[in-house]
Design a protein around this ligand. Structure first.
Ligand code: NAI
Length: 244
């Protein structure tokens, strides 16, 4: 197949949906991964198709090692290649560390960090054979700076950054690029939970004076997924309106 095949995890809404649409507009066939809402994932596929693109929705919980293996091997069997993997799926379970349950620490770590590990592990074998590929992992600026009330989330995203840099060193000789994107505050369901007061305080700390849009992140992912970024690997690039 000459058309590039891209997987975007957690693509039924928010940043993931914007990335799926952007990569489809870059002429890639996009696999819209979801875990919760099939309806929303199909809606993203429909929107892509209405714009002349191609996509399909596949369910997989990235925190589940076996499910991930089946998901990725199924994609390889059906489409014969994987050119781009965007590890976007992520969750939060905020709270101060002294009151944080083990369960809330593990849930966040298993989705945000181990989810990336599971997909990367299964995709790299195929990319090594192809001698090409782009892996883009969604980190966060709080994985660099830390954030009170988000010890679990920030630690998982710091892990994503270290995973990115390590895998980039392992697979670089085969022409595979692995990078991380570190969004600041982006307007999605995830940040909608913040109170207006918190949003205002954060807004005041952003030099560009506003929260970002999912499309601001998708534009960088599009560049990192393209041949225009072939000499960039092991990097963490912030999309944060100048915050960090
Ligand atoms: P969101 O909550 O709107 O979307 C996250 C998506 O991931 C949802 O579609 C959800 O169903 C999916 N997901 C969650 N667990 C999953 C699992 N186990 N398997 C498969 N899919 C799963 O969040 P948003 O804002 O679009 O975030 C996307 C990514 O960007 C996340 O990794 C998040 O941590 C990161 N990020 C977001 C920021 C923001 O300000 N919104 C800032 C920094 C990073």
């Amino acid at each position: 197949m000459s058309e590039k095949i891209a997987i975007v995890t957690g693509a039924s809404r928010g940043i993931g949906a914007a990335i799926a649409k952007k990569l489809a507009s870059d002429n890639m066939f996009v696999i819209v991964n979801y875990n919760g809402s099939e309806k929303k994932a199909l809606k993203v596929c429909k929107e892509i198709e209405e714009q002349g693109g191609r996509a399909c929705a596949i369910k997989c919980n990235v925190a589940d090692e076996t499910a991930c293996k089946e998901f990725i091997t199924g994609v390889i069997k059906q489409y014969g290649q994987i050119d781009v993997l965007v590890n976007n799926a992520g969750i939060t379970a905020d709270g101060l560390v002294m009151a944080m349950s083990d369960e809330n620490f593990d849930r966040v770590y298993e989705t945000n960090l181990k989810g990336c590990f599971h997909t990367i592990k299964n995709v790299t074998r195929q990319m090594l054979k192809q001698r090409s590929g782009k892996i883009i992992n969604m980190a966060s600026v709080v994985g660099i700076t830390g954030n009170a009330g988000q010890a679990n989330y920030a630690a998982s995203k710091a892990g994503v950054i270290a995973l990115t840099k390590s895998v980039a060193k392992e697979v670089g000789s085969r022409g595979i690029c692995v990078n991380a994107v570190a969004p600041g505050f982006i307007s999605t369901d995830m940040t909608d939970k913040l109170s207006d007061e918190v949003k205002e305080t954060i807004g005041g700390q952003i030099p560009l004076g506003r929260f970002g849009n999912p499309e601001d992140v998708a534009n960088l992912v599009s560049f990192l997924a393209s041949d225009n970024s072939n000499y960039i690997t092991g990097q963490v690039i912030a999309v944060d309106g100048g915050m960090t």
